[in-house]
Ligand binder design. Structure first.
Ligand SMILES: NC(=O)c1ccc[n+]([C@@H]2O[C@H](COP(=O)([O-])OP(=O)(O)OC[C@H]3O[C@@H](n4cnc5c(N)ncnc54)[C@H](OP(=O)(O)O)[C@@H]3O)[C@@H](O)[C@H]2O)c1
Length: 416
C-alpha cells in the first residue's frame, strides 16, 4: 500500500513515517512525504494537490499538516481558516475525486470544553468551537465530509489532543525549561490546574492510525468515519507537570493556578477530554503515564561523559552543556535534505548540509536532548561532513524497542 504523509516533518508526521516503515503492508518503499515548500497550505488547491497525487499515486493520504500555533490562529483567524480549514477542503476534493482514501487530523478543540458531566467528548457530540483554531478545524471536518459525498474513497477524521513526543517544544519540554527557570529564580512553578485533557504520545497515535489504514477488511467506499484516538487516562496540566518534574528529577514547588491567570490570545477549552473510540484490534491505546515513561530514556548517564546514552539529563549536566552526537531519526528521501540526519550539539541544531533547521530555534531543551540522545556505537556512522552525501544510515533498533504492532481485524465502523 502506498501511503503519503502531508506534514512529514511535524511531530506526528515523523512518528507516522517510522510507524509506516515498520508496517507489514507498506512494502519496501518508504512512505511518500510532503511538506513545505512542495505543499503550502496558504496556496494549495485541489488542482495543485491533484498534480501531486497523479505524480506519486498514493492509495492513502494522511494529512497532518496544520498551523498549530493556537494563539497565532486567534490573532489571524483568516489565515487560520485558510491553512487549517479551506486548505483541507482542497486536499479532500483532490483525494475524493480520485478515490484516494484520506485520513485527516483534527482536534478536541472542535468542542467548547464546557462539559461538566465528567465524560469525554464522543464523535457524535455536536461541534462547538470557541477559538479560531477549533473553528478552522471544524470547518475542515465539514468540507472534507462534503468532498467525500459519493466518492469511491474513504474519509477518516481522526481527532486527538495534547500531543507530546519528539522533536521537543511540547508541553513536557516547556514545563522542564520553565521549572529550571523557576528554580533558578527561587520561585514556584505556576501551572494551570483547571485545564484537563488526554495527553497523547505521538508515536502511539501514529501506530493507531497505521492500524486503522492497515485493515484487510476496510469499510465500504464512500464511508466517512470519526475516530477519537488518544492515550488512556486524563490529567490536568498541573498533574502532567508534576509527572514531568518527577521523571526529570527537577525539584521545584508547583503552584496550581486557574487558566484565567494567563493572558493569551486563544481561549483553550477547559475540558479537553476525548472519549477514545475502539481500534480495529479492539484494544485501547495505553495509559498516557505508561506512554510517558516509555518516552523517557531507559538508562542513566555514563559518569564523566559528555554524551548522554539515553540518560536522564539532569539540570546540572544541562547547565554544563549537552552534547549529543549520535545519528538521529531519518526522514524519507522525498524531503530532499541529504541523509536527513539531524545533529544536535550543545545549542545548535542543523542538518548535515549546514542549513539551520528552523523548527529547532531556541535554547537547548532537556526534553529534546533526551529524545535525541543515542548511544555512540562503533557500528553506527558518526556524522561528519563526508557522510552527509552518503545514503541513509542503517536502521537502528528503537529505544525503547517498538511494541508489537497490532495488525488485526477490521477498520473501525462508522462511529456515528
Ligand atoms: N499538537 C497537538 O497537541 C495537537 C492536538 C490535537 C490535534 N493536533 C493535530 O494533529 C496534527 C499534527 O500535529 P503536530 O503536533 O504534529 O503538528 P506540528 O508538529 O506543528 O507539525 C505541523 C506540520 O505542518 C506543517 N505546516 C505548518 N504550516 C504549514 C504551511 N503553511 N504549509 C504547509 N505545511 C505547514 C509543518 O511544517 P514545518 O515544520 O516545515 O512548518 C509540520 O510539518 C495537526 O493537524 C494538528 O492540528 C495536534
Amino acid at each position: 500500500m502506498r501511503v503519503a504523509v502531508v506534514g512529514v516533518v511535524g511531530r506526528l508526521g515523523r512518528a507516522l513515517v517510522q510507524a509506516l516503515e515498520e508496517a507489514p503492508f507498506t512494502g519496501f518503499r518508504p512512505p511518500i512525504g510532503w511538506d513545505q515548500p512542495e505543499l503550502e497550505l496558504d496556496t494549495v488547491t485541489a488542482a495543485s494537490f491533484g498534480a501531486l497525487l497523479d505524480r506519486e499515486r498514493p492509495e492513502v493520504v494522511i494529512h497532518t499538516a496544520a498551523w498549530t500555533d493556537v494563539d497565532g490562529n486567534a490573532r489571524e483567524p483568516e489565515v487560520a481558516m485558510r491553512r487549517n480549514g479551506t486548505a483541507v477542503g482542497e486536499i479532500a476534493q483532490a483525494c475524493a475525486g480520485r478515490g484516494v482514501d484520506l485520513v485527516m487530523l483534527s482536534t478536541n478543540e472542535v468542542f467548547d470544553g464546557r462539559r461538566t458531566d465528567g465524560r469525554g467528548y464522543e464523535p457524535r457530540d455536536e461541534r462547538h468551537p470557541i477559538n479560531a483554531y477549533g473553528a478552522a478545524k471544524a470547518a475542515a471536518e465539514h468540507l472534507a465530509a462534503d468532498a467525500y459525498e459519493g466518492s469511491a474513497g474513504r474519509l477518516a477524521i481522526v481527532r486527538t489532543a495534547w500531543l507530546f513526543g519528539p522533536p521537543g517544544a511540547d508541553f513536557p519540554a516547556k514545563i522542564a525549561a520553565a521549572a529550571l527557570r523557576a528554580r533558578a529564580a527561587g520561585e514556584a512553578l505556576r501551572v494551570t490546574g483547571d485545564e484537563v485533557g488526554t495527553p497523547t504520545y505521538a508515536p502511539d497515535l501514529a501506530e493507531a492510525i497505521v492500524e486503522l489504514i492497515g485493515d484487510d477488511d476496510p469499510p465500504p467506499p464512500g464511508s466517512r468515519t470519526i475516530h477519537h484516538l488518544v492515550n488512556g487516562g486524563r490529567a490536568s496540566r498541573a498533574d502532567w507537570a508534576r509527572e514531568v518534574l518527577r521523571a526529570l528529577a527537577i525539584e521545584v514547588e508547583v503552584a496550581e493556578v486557574p487558566s484565567s491567570t494567563w493572558q493569551r490570545a486563544s481561549t483553550p477549552p477547559l475540558w479537553a477530554v476525548l472519549e477514545p473510540t475502539p481500534l480495529p484490534s479492539g484494544l485501547a491505546m495505553r495509559h498516557w503515564r505508561e506512554a510517558f515513561r516509555d518516552a523517557l530514556p531507559a538508562r542513566g548517564p555514563a559518569p564523566g561523559r559528555e554524551t548522554w546514552d539515553h540518560g536522564v539529563l539532569t539540570p546540572a549536566s544541562h547547565a554544563a552543556g549537552a552534547h549529543c552526537t549520535g545519528p538521529h531519526r531519518s526522514l524519507p528521501p522525498p524531503h530532499g535534505r541529504g541523509t536527513n540526519e539531524l545533529r544536535v550539539t550543545g545549542r545548535s541544531r542543523h542538518w548535515p548540509d549546514g542549513r539551520a533547521r528552523r523548527r529547532f530555534k531556541g535554547p537547548a531543551c532537556p526534553w529534546e536532548l533526551l529524545h535525541c540522545a543515542r548511544p555512540p556505537s562503533a557500528s553506527l556512522p558518526r556524522w561528519s561532513p563526508a557522510s552527509a552525501s552518503s545514503p541513509r544510515p542503517a536502521r537502528r533498533p528503537r529505544s525503547p524497542p517498538p511494541r508489537t504492532p497490532r495488525w488485526r481485524s477490521s477498520w473501525a465502523r462508522p462511529a456515528a
